[in-house]
Ligand binder design. Structure first.
Ligand SMILES: Cc1ncc(COP(=O)(O)O)c(C=O)c1O
Length: 370
């Protein structure tokens, strides 16, 4: 039985009528740009993230770009981030003219190492960008303590609805950042029917600036206070996302249940290191990522058996050809480089049947002779 890495058609089969109604509603209204559908989704995402403001935009990449612009980050500025993330995190830093400064990850969680962040701060540092990788929040409480006043942009593209207990209080992804950013790329836990993104913040002035930047830098038609972008969330996407949002916590709980199943099924296989979730975190498991020996052979074995898997990410960003100009060398960030050699993400989507889960478990175990 083939088991794809992600089966969006299985999700669609469970919500088809709702989705068709959401899409038809927008088409009947013929209101496609921003408007009520987007405002309604923004309100719900702000509520979920426990932030005062949420601003929709065209993608998770643009959400980062707009966040940097709203914080006046540009040429001559340094922004500290992790090299073990999707390209967009550092690409957006580069694209506002700033310099990405990479620091290594904590090997357990794959998230940026706060101690390394502190060591990388210079007089040119203008922000830090922790990424909540694979659905698990970074140590968000650490960054404001390291450098008081330094803006923290939380790249929560993979982690909408994730939680972390900070000083005895549960905090949501995006909640304690200066600006938090989400992606609605179809493969995310909350995925649209195309691209989409959102920024959240507690700061009214930043929210106003983000709103302006997404519509060419002016709130009044044909009047431009600054040069912004065309980066709006489509009403069609907003309607789809609003309908899907009602299912998000259930879907993420399904992913957690699948993760727990795999983790106990692999417990006796020494060659497999299952994901470590910090006890103060609740992950949304956008990915279930194991570390293994002979990773590429395991992936080839799974492929032969019809089981999907993926390597997120095979080349850390400091070793990407486009960032050669930054001057990093192989060996600069050993934990990120080791992770890139060892990681493999397995199917984790909530519609997996127990037979499919068992198929994945059996195939992985068989590779290691169990
Ligand atoms: C960590 C991270 N940052 C940024 C992005 C960019 O989001 P998008 O694809 O919506 O532009 C993604 C997702 O694809 C991501 O995983």
């Amino acid at each position: 039985m083939p088991v794809p890495l992600l089966d969006l058609r299985a999700q669609h089969a469970t919500i088809r009528d709702e989705m068709m109604a959401a899409v038809t509603g927008v088409i009947d209204s013929q209101l496609f740009i921003l408007g009520e559908a987007v405002a309604r989704l923004e309100g719900e995402v702000a509520k979920l993230s426990r932030t005062k403001h949420a601003i929709g935009c065209a993608s998770g990449t643009d959400a980062l770009l707009l966040a940097f612009r709203a914080l006046n980050i540009g040429r001559g500025d340094e922004v500290i981030t992790t090299p073990f993330t999707f390209f967009a995190t550092a690409g957006a830093i580069h694209n506002v003219g700033a310099t990405p400064v990479f620091v290594d990850i904590e090997p357990r969680t794959f998230n940026i190492d706060p101690v390394a962040v502190k060591a990388a701060v210079t007089s040119r540092t203008k922000a830090v960008v922790p990424v909540d990788l694979f659905g698990q929040m970074a140590a968000m409480e650490r960054f404001p303590q390291l450098v008081p006043g330094l803006p923290v942009i939380e790249d929560a593209a993979q982690s909408i609805g994730a939680r972390r207990t900070i000083a005895g209080q549960e905090r949501m992804a995006g909640e304690v950042a200066t600006i938090g950013t989400f992606s609605f790329f179809p493969s995310k836990n909350l995925g649209g029917y195309g691209d989409g993104g959102m920024m959240v913040t507690q700061d009214a002035a930043l929210a106003a600036r983000l709103k302006r930047l997404r519509v060419h830098g002016g709130m009044q038609m044909y009047h431009h206070d600054e040069v912004g972008y065309n980066s709006r969330l489509d009403a069609l996407q907003a309607a789809v996302l609003h309908a899907k949002l009602q299912h998000l916590s259930h879907w993420s709980a399904g992913r957690r249940a699948n993760a727990a199943y795999y983790t106990s099924a692999f417990a006796d296989v020494a060659e497999i290191r299952t994901p470590v979730i910090d006890p103060v975190n609740e992950s949304i498991f956008n990915q279930y990522t194991i570390r293994v020996e002979r990773r590429d052979d395991l992936q080839a074995h799974l492929k032969r058996k019809g089981i999907g898997s993926a390597i997120y990410y095979p080349v850390p960003l400091h070793l990407q050809p486009c960032f050669e100009y930054l001057g990093y060398r192989q060996g600069a960030f050993p934990e990120s480089e080791r992770a890139a050699r060892e990681v493999l993400s397995l199917p984790i989507y909530p519609e997996l049947t127990s037979a499919q889960l068992d198929e994945v478990v059996a195939a992985v175990r068989a590779f290691y002779g169990r």
